[in-house]
Design a protein around this ligand. Structure first.
Ligand code: 2M8
Length: 725
């Protein structure tokens, strides 16, 4: 793990420890002094990586305050901390409900149900899973009761969509989505119960919090719940705020999936949870999709209409897998528009909570524009789920950068990154930990190989030794092969997302043709390639396709690391010689330079393949060679006529992805291991920094590199060998 990440994980853990009350974690040291519902879920996810027992206790403490009807309260009050927050138990008067838990002080509303997701993660990451089984068995019925409550009490028309009845239930309190609904509520100040806001005592700037008008309406709704004695049927009849929100329902749907898997682990039936997930997913897809906006919107049950306000909540169906591929593509386009920061838009840190082009957008006001870590954390997973790997990567890069550069704040300025709200905010710390651990632990896991695969690969594997050469024109093998590779690219490579559809490629006629053509390589004389551009294009394309060919032929599931010495052992016979992927890369394309992991040059002094090497080395090749992994460049087909521009594009895309993180405050740049391995090709430190400077699009970052090139520290990011599937 890079030192800087290790240091910040340490800081994040310290924040969680400081916010620990003895039985749970408060969201922030003073602004939120009690236990919050979804905050605890996120905290447990962070802790699950290194402290199973506290993660379990976090969830258990919360569920100890579950209502008898299954509702999990938004706040569980700490009796020792009363007097610093509004509204507290005296204001909620939850004892009016027969369902309130005796001996516990809680609010009378709920929040997005992330808990089954957290519980599943606790189990998955526990060092001794069997020890966590009894927790799973104990918590499972409580999770079921929560989901049952939501589907029973909050989904009156049995649609698969549940409603929230207070902006605080959504978690995105003063989101612009609620404006029109709250405006409908005419507040008579005289009849409103008197109250005093406490939140403003803890923040430096009240314009970064909800307005007083908002608070009047929050209080109006609580008063309405009192009048109904928290009876859901009665509330539903008169409540002016009943909304089916895409964020809440997507989290529920994603949590249903976890619940089903937990059921399987403890040996009970997953069917109900699966049915819930399917029903909610379908309902989100159909009812909450706004065709004209190409976005998911909340549905106002009182007016019977979609609320035409696009916020980050509208992307959350990606997290639940509830969007169709077509909807996902439209969401992706929307994410990459200036409304929500285009892919490499300078100075924009991940997704702001509201469309930056809309009048009410406010970069520093709470849920009206700033960047929130939890929302982006879910979004990154959603994007990955649909294969938008590059976008997910760049989002995660920003998520890692924000706390390192600006502190573990509650929310962040969408353009400058400045931290706002409370510092030492628990879910920012917890989800930062999750991001770092997910990446590095996943890495270790994938590095392990099974004995079966090891034995499979004790010998070299020549991929093109088939007999079928029917229809091959021996004089034009290179041309035909390149055409075939271009066909594979058009059909199965997603150059935008940087992924390969291995499943469909495998059984396609195009791939069969490609493999037959590779048999023809045995009769091909590579010395007949003329000109640097033709050679570069041929060998880059061949390298990329031998890797794809090997992944498919060997049935690699997770990572090329399943096969020891993959790049040295997979080979094509070309003319009288054998070429491994390494021979092509280090021998030919790098001008016979020693690979970083090996003591010798690929071609010895008398090796005739030396005649084929291409010099001088163009370092841009490193962003065109696809090694079948997530950290390498997105796959493409290289055309000799435009190879120069293509190599520039590949370099630009890589330099502006999550593989290069500039941290001016820490006087550091974190860069891909590729630069360490091939430092020589770039011209060592000076050359690397010049190269990055040339392709970086963020002006501030460029300026920093220019002015600090002599002093800044370079750290290397560990390579992600997960398959670019
Ligand atoms: C914020 O909400 C509370 C009310 O629940 C508040 O403003 O007092 C929101 O950001 C919410 O999502 C979060 O759970 C809570 C505690 O962090 O603070």
């Amino acid at each position: 793990m890079s030192r800087i990440f290790a240091d910040y994980v340490e800081k994040a853990r310290h924040i969680l420890d400081e916010n620990w009350t003895g039985s749970s974690t408060k969201p922030a040291p003073s602004l939120y002094p009690h236990q919050w519902n979804w905050d605890s879920g996120f905290v447990a996810i962070g802790r699950s990586h290194y402290d199973t027992s506290h993660a379990i206790q976090e969830i258990e403490t919360l569920f100890d305050a579950q209502w008898s009807n299954g509702m999990l309260p938004q706040i569980v009050f700490n009796p020792e901390e009363l007097g610093h927050y509004f509204p507290e138990p005296d204001f909620w008067q939850t004892d009016r409900s027969p369902h309130h838990p005796s001996g516990k002080l809680t609010s009378g509303i709920t929040m997005p149900p992330v808990h089954a997701i957290a519980v599943e993660k606790i189990y998955q990451r526990a060092p001794r899973r069997n020890r966590v089984l009894s927790f799973l068995e104990k918590i499972y019925p409580k999770l079921v009761a929560l989901h049952e409550y939501l589907y029973r009490d909050r989904d009156p028309h049995d649609e698969g969509l549940v409603y929230v009845r207070h902006p605080w239930e959504s978690g995105i309190d003063n989101s612009p989505t609620w404006d029109s609904l709250l405006k409908r509520i005419v507040v008579d100040k005289e009849s409103l119960p008197p109250y005093k806001r406490r939140d403003l005592e803890h923040v430096s700037d009240s314009s970064m919090r909800p307005s007083d008008d908002d608070y009047d309406r929050y209080v109006y709704l609580i008063d309405l719940f009192h009048r109904c004695d928290y009876n859901e049927g009665r509330i539903r009849e008169i409540c002016p705020f009943l909304v089916q929100d895409p964020l809440f329902n997507s989290i529920l749907c994603r949590a249903d999936e976890s619940l089903a898997r937990i059921a399987e682990i403890i040996g009970t039936s997953p069917v109900t949870a699966r049915d819930w997930a399917q029903k909610t997913s379908q309902a989100i897809q159909k009812k909450l999709w706004h065709e004209k906006h190409s976005m998911f919107d909340a549905y106002d049950l009182v007016q019977g209409a979609l609320i035409e306000v696009d916020t980050a909540a509208g992307f959350m169906p990606l997290y639940a897998g509830a969007a169709t591929p077509e909807q996902a593509e439209q969401l992706y386009q929307h994410l990459n528009s200036c409304s929500f920061c285009s892919l490499h838009q300078g100075n924009c840190f991940t997704i702001p909570n509201y469309d930056t082009q809309k009048e009410g957008f406010d970069r520093s006001n709470y849920w009206r524009g700033p960047v929130w870590i939890n929302i982006n954390w879910m979004l990154a997973q959603g994007l990955r789920r649909y294969g938008y790997t590059l976008k997910a990567d760049s989002l995660q890069k920003d998520l890692l950068q924000l706390p390192i550069r600006f502190g573990f704040h509650e929310y962040f300025d969408s353009f400058e990154g400045t931290g706002y709200g409370s510092d030492n905010f628990s879910w920012t710390a917890a989800l930062f930990i999750d991001l770092v651990y997910e990446f590095y632990e996943g890495e270790q896991e994938k590095g392990r190989m099974t004995g079966y695969v090891k034995s499979l690969f004790s010998e070299d594997l020549i991929l093109n030794n088939g007999n079928d050469t029917i229809g091959i024109d021996p004089d034009n093998i290179a041309g035909e092969l390149m055409r075939s590779i271009r066909g594979l690219r058009n059909q199965f490579y997603d150059t935008e997302r940087g992924i390969v559809d291995y499943e469909h490629l495998k059984n396609s006629s195009e791939f069969r043709t490609y493999r037959i053509l590779t048999n023809g390589l045995r009769k091909f004389n590579p010395s007949c390639l003329t000109g640097r551009k033709e050679k570069l294009a041929f060998w880059i394309n061949l390298y990329n396709s031998i890797v794809v060919d090997a992944i498919v032929t060997l049935g690699i599931k997770q990572s090329v690391r399943e096969i020891p010495e993959f790049f040295r052992k997979v080979r094509y016979a070309i003319g009288p010689y054998l070429f491994s992927a390494d021979d092509i890369e280090h021998g030919i394309l790098r001008g016979n330079l020693r690979p970083w992991f090996y003591p010798f040059k690929p071609f010895g002094v008398r090796d005739p393949r030396r005649d084929l090497i291409i010099t001088p080395v163009d370092p841009r090749i490193h962003f065109s060679l696809v090694c079948g992994s997530r950290s390498c460049a997105p796959i493409n087909y290289y055309d000799q006529a435009s190879i120069n521009n293509q190599l520039d594009e590949a370099s630009e895309s890589f330099i502006n992805s999550s593989e290069v993180i500039v941290l001016p405050e820490a006087e550091k740049v974190l860069i891909s291991d590729i630069f360490r391995w091939y430092s020589e090709d770039f011209g060592r430190r000076r050359g690397i920094l010049d190269f990055i400077f040339d392709y970086l699009s963020d002006e501030k970052d460029r300026r920093f590199i220019r002015t600090h090139s002599g002093t800044l520290q370079i750290e290397y990011l560990q390579y992600d060998w997960n398959l670019n599937r």
